[in-house]
Each structure stands twice: as C-alpha cells, then as structure tokens.
Write a protein that binds this ligand. Structure first.
Ligand SMILES: C[S@@+](CC[C@H](N)C(=O)[O-])C[C@H]1O[C@@H](n2cnc3c(N)ncnc32)[C@H](O)[C@@H]1O
Length: 360
C-alpha cells in the first residue's frame, strides 16, 4: 500500500521527518512549510492557514513536524476541529512507529508475548484473530489485547515489567497513583489488575480527565511539575503504594514528581517512571548525557543506593557521599528499555558473614 502524505511544520523539521518516512509507503508527498528560522514564528504565522485550508485536501496521513509535543498537540487539535480523523494525524517524533505500523510489522518488542498476524492494520482486532497465545500472556496483557473500553496507550513490552513489579499487590488493599491518564483506559486496567480492594488515583493536567472518575477511581487535576499541586495531592490521598509516571514526560516534570512523591510512597512500595526515552530527546529537555535529563538525575541515585560503601571523599568533587533517606528506604533500581522502576524497602546497614566449615 502507498499513501498520500502531507508534512507540515518548519522546514528543518519537515526535512527530518521526510528523511525518515519509508519510501515504499509514499505515493505522493506534499509539504506546507516555510523558510523561516524560528519555528515558533512559523507556527504562529501558519495558524490561520491551517484552519482554513487543510480540510479541503484529501491526505491519507498528515505529519505535524513540530519541535515540541505541546506544539504538536495544538495543531492536532486544530486539525481535529476541522473534522480530520485522529488516526490520520501523526507527530514527527513517531515516524519510526508509523513506518512499522503501516508496513504491518510482524516482529516487535513486546516482552514475553508472541503473535503472528498484523495487528495495527485491523480496526478492532479480537485477540483470537491475532493468533495470540492467551496462555503466554499475563493478566495485564489479557485485558489490554481484549480491551474494547476506554483507550489504553502503552508500549507493549511494558506489561511484562509491570507484572514483574506489581503482581505482589494483586488482590491487596493497594493504593496506586498514575500521573497522566489521557483517555482513562489504563486506570480501568489497573482496577481490573489489582482487584476490588484497590484504590486507583489518577492525576492529569487536562481538566476533561475529571470525567474519568468512577468506582475505585479518583482523579486530581493539576500539573505534575508543580510542587504545590503534588503537595496538595499528598494531603488528599492517605497513602500511596505505587506511582506510575506516564504524564508529560518532560525532564523537570519527571524529576519534580519523583522528588515529591517518592518519599511519600509506603515503605515497601514501587515507583515506576515510563517513557524515559525522552531523556534522549531535545524536544523534551533531554539529550544524551545532558546534565538535567531524568536519566542522568537517576544515575546519581545509584550512588546513593550504594552510599554505605563510600568511605572517602570523592577524588573528583572532594565531597563525601553520605547515606541518606534514599539509601535507607530503597531496595533496588531496575533499568529497563524506556522504564525505570525503583523498589522501596527499609534497609539496614549491610552485613556480610562467612558461614561454612571447609577451607581450600
Ligand atoms: C501518554 S498520556 C497517558 C496515557 C495513559 N496513562 C494510558 O496508559 O493510556 C499522557 C497524559 O499526560 C498528561 N500530561 C501532560 N503533561 C502533564 C503534566 N505536566 N502534568 C500532568 N499530566 C500531564 C496528558 O494530558 C495526557 O493525558
């Protein structure tokens, strides 16, 4: 299959998006762009053009080549207001997914799960039409692949990670907070997974999400980068055992949410931050080895996990690493592809022993 594709955005972003689109997928290609340097200026100037004209043109897909996700969202909303269907609108950062999806990819990283048939080309595939082996799925995957309710948006390999760290809470009186709830599907997934004794809290910057409240599910509206908002959350929620950060994915948001919420999590709880890929993306304030990225920030936590063993001052900074609250309350840090999980547990000073009777 080949498609008529429109790319709009500033010239450099358009060029970059174009370079990445698989040529086999292109029947015709159009650009709406300009030669200006400042992408903000471009977006401001083209506002009117967009609302007037695009609806007249018949494209299979439209790429919004925006520098930042907020810009993409603004333009996406304008396109939606014109009656353009959501599935036609793509963000330039998702070109790789676009290529794979449109080619009906057969192999991809989905943790333990295997399937044979094309998945995304079908409108609402039932799990049995995809030749999925139900027995190979965990409880989250079974729910996700059969979901006909509110939309859930997750990387497929996350389900294995969730199950690995969350399964011990199934059936318990567990309190879960998900930052970023979007269309509400994941909140229902968590309620199903943890069971009827669980309490699922969601928080989102979008006031429309308040409508997603239902049995066992409570929503708080606010910005996860705003410390005051997060502090007010802690006053309203009696206890949190699990935090899942799936919000805006900006560096500062991920760091602030961690700093405010991690100490509040119960002593054997779990903190999970997903989509840490943004630590490598300039549009989100990240970049490889960039000092203030969430991943770089988290690397310092590895030192505090091991602070027990630091006896001398650092040869570099001349400072000594001291055991702190993180050292005393953190059992382990787990780095996965695109996800960081931190498990809490009260930690006593480490003690090694030699037990046994035989020598060499
Ligand atoms: C990736 S979606 C969440 C998907 C959802 N958890 C799921 O699995 O289906 C990201 C959500 O984060 C919200 N968001 C973006 N920036 C935010 C911020 N600064 N604070 C709180 N929520 C934010 C967006 O409104 C959006 O609903």
């Amino acid at each position: 299959m080949k498609y008529n594709i429109l790319i709009l955005g500033n010239l450099n972003n358009c060029k970059n998006a174009f370079k990445k689109i698989d040529l086999d997928l292109i029947d015709s290609l159009a650009f709406i762009t300009n030669e200006m340097d400042s992408r903000n200026k471009w977006f401001a100037d083209k506002n009117n053009f967009l609302t007037d004209d695009i609806k007249e043109l018949d494209f299979d897909f439209i790429f919004v080549a925006a520098g930042k996700f907020q810009e993409f969202r603004k333009f996406k909303n304008q396109l939606l207001d014109q009656g353009i269907k959501e599935e036609k609108i793509w963000y330039n950062f998702d070109v790789d997914t676009f290529n794979l999806r449109l080619k009906g990819f057969r192999k991809y990283n989905s943790g333990t799960l295997k399937y044979k048939k094309d998945f995304f080309m079908e409108e609402k595939p039932a799990a049995n039409q995809m030749n999925l082996d139900f027995n190979s799925m965990n409880k989250l995957e079974q729910y996700f692949y059969c979901n006909k309710g509110k939309t859930i948006h997750k990387f497929l390999h996350y389900f294995e990670i969730y199950d690995r760290h969350f399964s011990r809470f199934i059936g318990k009186d567990v309190a879960v907070l998900e930052i970023g709830v979007s269309k509400g599907g994941s909140l229902e997934l968590w309620r199903h997974y943890f069971g009827c004794k669980s309490k699922i809290y969601g928080s989102d910057i979008d006031p429309k999400c308040k409508k997603l409240e239902s049995e066992q599910i409570e929503i708080f509206i606010g910005d996860a980068e705003d410390r005051e908002f997060l502090r007010s959350l802690k006053e309203k929620i009696p206890r949190i055992d699990i935090v899942i950060d799936d919000g805006g994915h900006y560096m500062n948001q991920q760091i602030v949410a961690f700093e405010e919420l991690y100490p509040f999590i119960s002593p054997d709880g779990v903190y999970l931050c997903e989509d840490v890929m943004t630590s490598y993306m300039e549009a989100y304030g990240g970049g490889y080895r960039r000092k203030n990225s969430f991943i770089e920030y988290s690397k310092n936590l590895i030192d505090y996990l091991n602070a027990w063993y630091s006896k001398e001052k650092s040869w570099l900074s001349r400072k000594k690493l001291n055991v702190d609250e993180f050292t005393l309350s953190t059992h382990s840090m787990h780095y996965y592809n695109n996800v960081l999980v931190i498990e809490k547990r009260k930690i006593d000073p480490p003690f090694a022993a030699m037990i046994g009777n035989r020598d060499i």
